[in-house]
Design a protein around this ligand. Structure first.
Ligand code: SF4
Length: 417
């Protein structure tokens, strides 16, 4: 039992947390503390997460007990209003073209030094071949990222784009983290904007908003002192958006960060979105600790708790309401049940099929390397929602209607009413 602001709060048990989808806001409203209730009701009424005060954001980010249940249920209600009952996914393939990297992030178990035994470097032809295979089985996107090896040919990222577009002109290329963009700028000596425009003109469609982790330089110094700075990350993203290259936004949680870092980062994404409109979605990425230095050196906690997994998805839905509409569940970091629970805590997208997920698996995740479209459809239907395949930027959504008749509740949803 904890005392916060004169009120008693308690840590929820696992079964209390897991049963939150059966609750309605009307069941909980009177149990939620007055300040949290006011904040949540303000956002539910206005559908605008931007109208809360800094104190209200902090209060919600630290919610526990009934306040946390209230946050989860309110986020689900907001999701219903803002994104309907459809859960989307994209048929894509991950291509991690090399695992050689000099950056040395302490949370990364994927990278290898150049002299380690199990290094690899895919040729341009191999990357193009993987994209072709993916296209032939229905993928609409390839997600290309890799380690940063010393001595990479200066125009290698451009050449990857050319190779893929030449092999499969219709494939959407979602590629290169802001860290890779900074490296490409360094390798070529080109100004950032010119470099991004060159990539765009050679086939770069969208950018993964990865390498964000926690956008706070003190935390970044602990996680990876060689990584790009917060300022550089923001500069790459803002410039990409200005060049017409949209991106995702991400946050890695469950290591050394605090709820205040979540608040700062979500508000930063709100601000950037209002300026550029360039974010397609927000993706919370749970820290997978098992095989990482960060955990083994005793620096980080052992990944997120169940409460943290649910809370970050719910906070994102509430804080980003009216700014970023798509909140993604990163299934590779979560098990089947947990990913479905996150769909009830504000999320409306399941991410990609991936086909060849390597990075989380090497860190110790056990969710697998591939979720087929059929698996996604089954998971989404089991969660009581409607599956739909989307493209990367959510402009094409194809419903995958169940063979079973829709329930009365589903038929009342806006997209079927
Ligand atoms: S996270 Fe990326 S940049 Fe960092 S060590 Fe791993 S591969 Fe290299």
């Amino acid at each position: 039992m904890l005392f916060r602001g004169g009120l008693m709060t308690r840590t929820l048990t696992q079964s209390e947390l897991e049963s939150f989808p059966s609750l309605e806001w009307s069941d909980l409203a009177l149990r939620v503390s007055p300040h949290s209730r006011t904040a949540l009701e303000q956002v539910m009424e206005t559908l605008d997460g931007g109208m809360l005060t800094r104190e209200q954001y902090s209060l919600l980010a630290n919610a526990d007990g009934d306040d946390l249940l209230g946050l989860l249920v309110a986020a689900d209600a907001l999701r219903r209003e803002l994104a309907g009952n459809i859960v989307t996914y994209v048929v894509n393939r991950n291509i991690n073209f090399t695992n050689v990297c000099f950056v040395g992030c302490k949370f990364c178990a994927f990278s290898r030094g150049p002299r380690e035994a199990d290094t690899y470097f895919l040729s341009l032809e191999q990357v193009a071949q993987k994209a072709t295979e993916a296209w032939n089985i229905g993928a609409t996107e390839v997600c290309i990222q890799g380690g940063l090896p010393h001595g990479l040919p200066p125009f290698h990222y451009r050449d990857i784009l050319r190779a893929v577009k030449q092999a499969v002109p219709g494939m959407h290329i979602h590629a290169f983290s802001p860290m890779e963009i900074v490296y490409g700028v360094e390798l070529t000596g080109m100004p950032l904007e010119d470099y991004l425009l060159m990539l765009r003109d050679n086939g770069l469609d969208t950018l993964p908003g990865t390498a964000a982790e926690i956008l706070d330089d003190d935390v970044r110094f602990v996680l990876s002192r060689n990584k790009l700075s917060t300022e550089q990350w923001k500069q790459v993203i803002r410039t990409a958006h200005a060049c017409g290259i949209r991106s995702t936004s991400t946050l890695m949680y469950g290591h050394v960060e605090s709820p205040e870092h979540w608040v700062n980062q979500l508000l930063l994404f709100r601000e950037i979105q209002q300026q550029t409109g360039g974010f397609t979605e927000f993706v919370p990425l749970g820290f997978v600790h098992q095989n990482t230095l960060l955990f083994h050196q005793g620096i980080a906690r052992s990944g997120p708790t169940l409460a943290e997994h649910l809370k970050i998805h719910a906070l994102a839905r509430v804080f980003l309401a009216g700014a970023i509409n798509n909140i993604q569940v990163s299934w590779v970091k979560l098990n089947r049940n947990l990913s479905q629970l996150c769909l009830h805590a504000g999320a409306n997208d399941y991410g990609g099929t991936l086909m060849e997920e390597n990075i989380s698996r090497e860190a110790g995740a056990t969710a697998g390397q591939y979720t087929s479209p059929q698996d996604f459809q089954a998971l989404i239907l089991e969660a009581g929602r409607i599956p739909a395949e989307r493209n990367t930027v959510y402009t094409r959504i194809n419903l995958k209607l169940p063979t079973e008749p829709l329930t009365a509740e589903q038929l009342l949803e806006p997209e079927f009413a």
